[in-house]
Design a protein around this ligand. Sequence first.
Ligand code: 4EZ
Length: 230
Amino acid sequence: MKIAIMGAMPEEITPILERIGEYKTTKYANNIYYETSYKGCELVIAYSKIGKVFSTLTATSMIEHFGCTKLLFSGVAGGINPSLKIGDLIVAKKLVQHDLDITVFGHPMGFVPGGSVFIESDKEFIDIAKDVAKELGKTLQEGVIATGDQFVHDSKVKDAIATHFNADALEMEGASVAVVCNALNTPFFILRAISDTADTDASFSFDEFMESSAIISAEFVMKMVDKIIE
Ligand code: 4EZ
């Protein structure tokens, strides 16, 4: 078994690399991939850079070039659901591209012919996550994550995404990774810890909390890896 662990920004994977200690670095497709053997299981770790295009490239490379058969994403997100506070964890039950818009042709938001509005994540991984949360005594919310190529910092924009997709959190990579994994039959899991609430002070909140929230998510994902390879 070879597991891909990805984030979008360096801060999202650094806690994982620090925990692992030794790894081999390989350059591929304008990115760096960190390969290691962890408790007898092969891991490929990388941050993609921000947004749907870079995350698509990295997820595809990890599966098609590096041969990963499962993918775990760790990172931070803007909270929509008011029950999500800074540092809280949310796992995606399903994901949607909130900025995919050919509605003028009568299609629903987030839909293009041949695709689907929502993509569901792997149920087994969600069950493992629930077990991990229980063991750690942590609350883990499950919900809809909306992805788009913009850092949302406006309650009106946030509310529109919330209403339209019933979304609980938003970020910039999850749904594109989901599209790749779904197409390539690779079980995947998207975990995010809240760094801000996507309104006017989102950028300040992000700057203050992204590092601590990224650590919360990364530590949880490593506990998941421990359980998956158990
Ligand atoms: C994107 N990521 C943010 C990248 C910000 C700054 C240099 C997560 C995220 C997010 N995405 C946290 N809060 C968000 C928000 N309010 N809108 C979109 O995945 C890069």
